[in-house]
Design a protein around this ligand. Structure first.
Ligand SMILES: C[S@@+](CC[C@H](N)C(=O)[O-])C[C@H]1O[C@@H](n2cnc3c(N)ncnc32)[C@H](O)[C@@H]1O
Length: 211
């Protein structure tokens, strides 16, 4: 997803250091100090405009959430939502998902989410998919033993690829949903993409995979 540049987005992010972590390398190993409590930390990589991460934060006040996205303008829309929600347990980070070991110690992230990640359908772009093995190496390095990735998508090709990638990596596929919204799964928090795709009648896939 490419979003049109939002004027002043960078300044807007920088003027809210209480929510946007500007020097995340300084937070490595100290995220509990950032949140001011010892609650578990969950992250979403590719958090987009923030509906999921803020929705989860409001729903689960005893969990700390970090929304991570590489695009400044996208993150600025997420900041709108965070400010509107006034949730104290959410932070935003503008970094690349491939570089997370620079910002988190092993086990510092209790669980992670990938939602509607860019599918990069061409084989030559496989390495950019957020479920490619080098990304899994990174996630493994920041999650605890038996840490989990919860992944949702509307894209069947990316879903099939990711199931294979998780499994080839030796991960356990704990549960798989081939039509999340028609299932009895409780407490689903929708992302912006999920709202859009499901209102068009598209099926939503979900998997919980464990290292
Ligand atoms: C298709 S959008 C989905 C956004 C949101 N999760 C949703 O479901 O509405 C994918 C998002 O992932 C972000 N992204 C792509 N590659 C990334 C990477 N390597 N690190 C961090 N974010 C990334 C993009 O900037 C974009 O905002």
């Amino acid at each position: 997803m490419r979003v049109r540049k939002r004027k002043g987005a960078e300044d807007y992010l920088e003027s809210h250091p209480q929510y946007v972590i500007l020097n995340p390398e300084d937070a490595k190993g100290k995220w509990h100090q950032v949140f001011g409590n010892t609650n578990p930390i969950h992250i979403e990589v590719g958090s987009g405009k923030g509906a999921f991460i803020t929705g989860m934060a409001l729903k689960n006040p005893d969990i700390n959430y970090i929304g991570i996205d590489i695009q400044v303008s996208v993150l600025s829309y997420a900041l709108d939502k965070v400010l509107e929600s006034q949730a104290p347990n959410v932070r935003l980070l503008r970094v690349d998902g491939s570089s997370l070991v620079n910002y988190f110690e092993k086990g510092e992230v209790a669980q992670m989410y990938l939602n509607f990640s860019d599918p990069w359908p061409k084989t030559k772009h496989e390495k950019r998919r957020l479920t490619y093995k080098t990304f899994l190496d990174t996630y493994k390095d920041i999650l605890p033993e038996n840490g989990e990735i919860h992944f949702k998508t509307d894209n069947r090709g990316l879903f099939e690829y990711s199931l294979a990638s998780f499994s080839q990596y030796g991960m356990i596929l704990k549960q798989v949903w081939l039509d999340l919204h028609a299932s009895d799964f409780e407490g689903n928090v929708m992302t912006e993409y999920e709202q859009k795709f499901s209102s068009n009648g598209q099926v939503i896939y979900r998997v919980e995979a464990q290292f």
